[in-house]
Design a protein around this ligand. Structure first.
Ligand SMILES: C[S@@+](CC[C@H](N)C(=O)[O-])C[C@H]1O[C@@H](n2cnc3c(N)ncnc32)[C@H](O)[C@@H]1O
Length: 494
């Protein structure tokens, strides 16, 4: 079966033609603004339902950015003359020559996707094609949101696909970026995308980190293939991570220690059929296999087996016909065989430890709210949780910036009220607080170091300083382990 576009031909286009395409995109203002309006139309619906609505909306607009969005992002058939005008003679001619355009009912359909993403353009396949190369998607963005490039001058993106994460790292100023992928077509797309965005990276074909064996990086990032593969279905490179799905990700975790500089950091995002968090934590620790890395494991509820089966089956058959039905059945039987009705969606964040390594496992409702800075603060907090009392009392302990104290008042006759800590955008695990714990949290917000907060708390509670210290230290240790409390970096290391 032939692939729709040969990305190698794209990657080898002469520089003047790539410059012409880039200039046309910039001239048209082809960026994420049009997409965000479109993504709000029928969100979470299958493409078969969503795309006609999105394309209709775009067809009501007359600007070039909307035309390019319809053609390149959503694969709509557009007027050929208008597309030639928007791309300019040279840009249009170059793409035409390498087979990007296909005629359809007197109009033109684009046979790849180009997505404006965080300031760069990423060319990739339409995910409905056979064994496609993935461009930036929802999970790519989830991972991008929790990356932190401060202090990073070399980065490896394992399973880089079309190069999305590698390119945003390079665009954010990381000096040396390497992307690896087992799929040569993915690497060809990444190569083209580097040239399209004038971002120099190194792109290598091979299994996980094999192409960079012996090298170390300040950062490693990966969203490997992680979907469980039913035996009845042919493997899809960007999707399937093994029979269970998490095999590839766990194998990569085993390589992290050897890939990271002493204070390097790594992010790996994947799904696992392991429903028990304790078992998943053990599997992650065993795969990492080292005591050298601080480890933060964030485990969230992933998709249900039914939703996954619907999503992946609809990729194989966008018409939702017979192939869709049989593929859906194959996934459902496979998930049932694994004993899974919902997978776990997990982020592993590791960093070279400054001293004795620490670990943290959290089960929030989602990943979207976490940032790189917060992940570091949480790991620092866990290190501080074990500090001797005098050191802790001298530290600047405060509530996490994303924590909110919420007073919940029942409107029933009984009128009872409760106090909660909730986390912005779900970036933490909500917890109920007693009145005294809430008072302590506000003292921690208003007074620093911890010793001063304890004194204020003792005064408010009218208890002896010694009792207040005992209560506060117990609460603070727990709060540091749960992400509710953090320690200012200005405090001396524990
Ligand atoms: C889910 S896609 C992620 C793409 C990209 N990193 C992103 O976040 O958008 C997984 C990628 O892993 C690649 N892959 C699958 N098996 C691999 C292996 N054994 N070694 C390296 N890459 C692999 C696939 O080709 C695909 O590009």
């Amino acid at each position: 079966m032939a692939f729709p576009v040969d990305p190698r031909a794209l990657a080898e286009l002469p520089e003047t033609e790539i410059v012409a395409v880039r200039a046309a995109f910039a001239r048209a203002g082809f960026d994420e603004r049009q997409m965000s309006a479109c993504e709000a139309i029928a969100p979470r619906q299958l493409d078969a339902v969503r795309l006609p609505a999105v394309l209709h909306e775009l067809s009501t607009r007359s600007d070039d950015a909307s035309l390019l969005t319809a053609a390149f992002v959503y694969g709509g058939a557009v007027d050929g003359d208008a597309l030639a005008r928007a791309l300019g003679t040279e840009g249009f001619g170059a793409m035409d020559r390498v087979g990007v355009f296909a005629p359809q009912d007197g109009r033109i359909r684009v046979r790849l996707r180009i997505t404006p993403y965080r300031g760069v353009w990423i060319a990739s396949d339409d995910l409905h094609e056979i064994d496609p190369v993935m461009g930036p998607g929802r999970t790519t963005d989830e991972l991008a949101h929790c990356l932190d490039f401060r202090g990073v001058s070399s980065l490896l993106d394992v399973g880089c696909g079309a190069g999305s994460l590698a390119l945003i790292a390079r665009a954010s100023g990381v000096a040396e970026v390497v992307g690896t992928d087992i799929d040569p077509r993915a690497i060809a797309y990444a190569h083209f995308n580097g040239r399209l965005n004038r971002l120099e990276c190194t792109w290598l074909v091979g299994d996980l980190a094999a192409p960079v064996q012996g090298r170390r990086f300040d950062a490693v990032v990966s969203q490997p293939a992680y979907v469980a593969q039913p035996m009845a279905l042919e493997g899809v490179t960007f999707l399937h991570g093994g029979v269970r799905g998490d095999e590839l990700a766990l194998r990569l975790l085993g390589q992290l220690d050897g890939l990271l500089e002493p204070r390097g950091k790594g992010w790996v995002l994947f799904d696992s059929p392991e429903v028990r968090v304790r078992e998943l934590t053990t599997a992650v620790q065993q795969s990492l296999g080292t005591g050298r890395l601080d480890t933060c494991l964030i485990v969230t509820p992933g998709h249900s087996a039914a939703d996954q089966a619907i999503g992946y089956a609809s990729l194989r058959d966008r018409s939702l016909g017979t192939v869709y039905a049989t593929t859906y059945g194959a996934y459902r039987r496979h998930f049932a065989g694994l004993g899974v009705d919902r997978v776990r969606h997990a982020l592993v964040y590791v960093r070279g430890s400054a001293g004795r390594s620490v670990g943290l496992a959290l089960e929030p409702s989602g990943l979207a709210g976490f940032t790189g800075k917060q992940l570091d603060e949480m790991l620092d907090g866990v290190a501080w949780a074990g500090a001797p009392v005098p050191e802790l009392l001298a530290a600047n302990v405060r509530p996490s910036a994303v924590a909110r104290l919420v007073h919940e008042q029942s409107l029933s006759a009984a009128g009872d009220s409760r106090l909660w800590v909730r986390f912005e955008r779900g970036a933490g695990v909500d917890q109920e607080l007693s009145d005294t714990a809430a008072l302590l949290v506000t003292c921690l917000r208003d007074h620093q170091p911890l010793e001063a907060a304890v004194a204020a708390y003792a005064l408010e509670m009218e208890v002896a300083a010694k009792d207040a210290t005992t209560q506060a230290v117990t609460f603070v240790r727990q709060g540091l382990r749960s992400g509710l409390l953090v320690v200012d970096p200005s405090s001396p290391a524990p």
